[in-house]
Design a protein around this ligand. Structure first.
Ligand code: PHE
Ligand code: CO
Length: 295
């Protein structure tokens, strides 16, 4: 095991650019500062309050089952036996963003990479890259759910395959991850709820995604999602809604190879557009949207 570094986006003459690192590191738990633990405690307490009645009941239930709490930064070594027993997944420590193929291979083998370091106090509300809070608080509870756990491993295998097919296939697959794992909504008995980690770990977006009139909320549709562009630095303009984790698993189980071939001939959709055939749950007002195009 290597001494962990804190690998963050680097400021260059092209703005902030991601830096990739493949090392797997032991969580340097005894080296977290008081401030690190306080950042965790503050974010944890704040999100618990926001997520009551907003997060998927399954997310909240599994979060309790895992035994994470505000008190201190959890130890991966304490969470791993619980997670392994539930679904065969385990957490591994990483220093920052992984190259795509490395990331897919970990997921395919039920290893979830968690950034070991936590954001600074001045970054409580927004950080442009994953940190410990996003990875652990946001992603890990649903890995305790057997169906979602299988979905994530299938995604990893699908990623290895798409990587072999080519960059366009990878773009299609990455959009699926974005609009489900990171920014997905689910319809539950209590109404629309959040399950996407990018939302769950953000106070502002947790409220925005459910309560704002601005964004579209549209029923899950695999190929529609694979064609939809997204921005990583603003609230999403469109959220896709699943009816159940089983639906997600079933809709993504066919071989994507012919789908990638078909989509290669078709245009992509702007993030905020509504398309013919969409099951529109809410048509967004578009209020406050920047008109500077989607990536
Ligand atoms: N069925 C997909 C494929 O053939 C794999 C996959 C499963 C991708 C689940 C994402 C989620 O590529
Ligand atoms: Co994430």
């Amino acid at each position: 095991m290597n001494e962990p570094r804190r690998v963050e986006h680097q400021l260059t003459d092209k703005g902030y650019v991601p830096v990739y690192t493949t090392a797997v590191v032991e969580q340097p738990w005894s080296r977290y500062s008081r401030t690190d633990h306080e950042v965790w405690a503050t974010l944890f307490a704040r999100q618990q309050e926001v997520l009551a009645g907003r997060a998927s009941e399954e997310f909240l239930r599994q979060q309790r089952a895992m035994g994470m709490s505000a008190g201190r930064i959890p130890k991966f070594d304490e969470l791993n036996p619980v997670l392994r027993k539930a679904t065969g997944w385990e957490l591994i420590g990483v220093e920052g963003l992984l190259p795509e193929l490395t990331f897919f291979e970990h997921l395919a083998n039920r290893r979830f990479p968690v950034t070991w370091w936590i954001r600074k106090p001045e970054q409580l509300d927004y950080l442009s890259e994953p940190d410990l809070f996003h990875d652990l608080f946001g992603h890990v509870p649903l890995l305790m759910n057997p169906v979602f756990a299988d979905y994530m491993a299938a995604y990893g295998r699908g990623g290895v395959k798409a990587h072999g097919i080519g960059p366009e296939a990878l773009v299609n697959l990455t959009r699926l991850y974005w609009y489900t794992v990171e920014f997905g909504l689910i319809r539950e008995a209590g109404g629309l709820r959040i399950y996407g980690s990018g939302i769950v770990s953000s106070k502002g977006e947790s409220v925005h995604c459910l309560e704002s009139a601005a964004p579209n909320r549209i029923g899950f549709d695999l190929e529609r999602i694979m064609r939809t562009r997204y921005r990583i630095d603003t609230f999403q303009k469109t959220y896709f809604v699943i009816d159940s984790y089983e639906q997600l698993m079933q809709a993504t189980s066919p071989d994507f190879t012919p789908i990638y071939a078909r989509l290669a001939e078709l245009d992509s959709f702007p993030a905020g557009s509504v398309q013919p055939g969409d099951v529109v749950i809410q048509r967004g007002s578009g209020e406050g949207w920047l008109d500077d195009g989607d990536v």
